[in-house]
Design a protein around this ligand. Structure first.
Ligand code: ATP
Length: 336
């Protein structure tokens, strides 16, 4: 199976071609970089409008060059796209592009939940059977596990996503977007200062720690110390809840998803926690952690193989599309 994947939920205009026989993924991405502040939905949508045709053209060129199909045939079996969750104005542009391509190429359309794709790419690359997944991305933070045909949300943030929380602090400090890598670099020279740590059962909250971090900065606490402590507390919270999710489900496999998963300290904490429990931990390579169309194409192929394609009327995008709304059609029937 060969799938064209298109991603465009927030900042990454991305297209990919996934060939399941060769397990080969080609990804072409074009990132939106705000001139100031964080992501402006309208500017991000303008970026999608400009960049999606370019990245799709590169992906289709790759598909033509590597194809073993007659030149006149569509070089892919379906078009998969990020149907949500994400910024409405961005999603609508990507949805329109995907519908147009599916009609032009005369191939089916596959609607992919972006958060389930963040999870499934880790399950795919780890070979794990039924892992717990920690999605640590910009706009989201939650723990998922599979049960009775759905990915259930075991725990999640009660306010902002984890990356967005970090980015709000760095915006306050005057650093450019995205803030995560800058916090990671500054944390290397920091020492611990006290900041809030909020876990309630399986859920967690970042708003208190963010306000406290901004206030500490205004009061002259060295920024390196704040960055160090932000990482220790925020990633400690995620690790604590991930451990509880493993214990609750009885699973001994954890996969990491989302752009914040590129952070070495987070990976180190999760790996250490898993090692202590005798569980296996897998973090996909960075190009599959941050938003990318590769993960959309890989899950799109599994859905296509399961016959899970969309009629035009069902192809409307959903900015609030939750992972537990997705019927999991692509796992072996015995598992469902
Ligand atoms: P979502 O997938 O929820 O729609 P998103 O579209 O914002 O989120 P991702 O690519 O998953 O995108 O994550 C982007 C976030 O990752 C940004 O908030 C960025 O600051 C953060 N990030 C990137 N690298 C690092 C890092 N090394 N450490 C911490 N955070 C990081």
């Amino acid at each position: 199976t060969r799938i064209l994947g298109i991603e465009g939920t927030a900042w990454a205009a991305s297209a990919a071609v996934y060939d399941s026989t060769a397990d080969d993924v080609f990804i072409e991405s074009d990132a939106y970089e705000p001139e100031s502040g964080g992501i402006h939905p309208r500017e991000a949508a303008e970026h999608m409008h400009d960049a999606i045709p370019r990245v799709v053209e590169s992906a289709l060129k790759y598909a033509r060059e590597t194809a073993d199909r007659p030149a006149g045939d569509p070089q892919v079996d379906a078009v998969a796209f990020s149907q949500g969750p994400g910024l409405g104005p961005c999603l609508r542009i990507v949805g329109t592009a995907a519908r147009a391509l599916s009609q032009a190429l005369d191939v089916p359309l596959v609607g992919v939940n972006h958060m389930v794709a963040h999870l499934e790419i880790g399950r795919h690359s780890s070979g794990f059977d039924s892992p717990v997944c920690l999605n640590a991305s910009g706009a989201n933070a939650h723990l998922l596990a599979y049960r009775n045909g759905r990915y259930r949300v075991l725990g999640e943030t009660m306010d902002t996503g984890v990356g967005n929380a970090i980015d709000k602090f760095t915006r306050h400090v005057g650093w450019s977007h995205p803030g995560g890598p800058k916090v990671e670099a500054a944390a290397e020279d920091g020492e611990y200062v006290d900041l809030p740590y909020v876990v309630k059962g399986m859920d967690f909250s970042f708003s208190g720690i963010m306000s406290a971090a901004k206030q500490a900065h205004d009061e002259g606490v060295p920024v390196e110390d704040i960055c160090f402590s932000l990482q220790e507390n925020i990633f400690g919270m995620l690790t604590e809840v991930a451990e509880r999710a493993l214990s609750l489900t009885g699973s001994n496999e954890l996969v990491l998803g989302g752009g914040v998963g590129q952070n070495d300290r987070l990976r180190e904490m999760l790996a250490e926690m898993c090692a202590q429990r005798g569980a296996d931990f897998h973090a996909p390579e960075p190009r599959f952690l941050r938003d990318n169309a590769g993960m959309i194409a890989v899950l799109g192929a599994k859905m296509y193989d399961a016959g899970d394609t969309l009629d035009l009327e069902e192809s409307r995008v959903d900015p609030n599309y939750r992972p537990d709304q997705v019927p999991v059609t692509w796992r072996a029937r015995s598992e469902r």
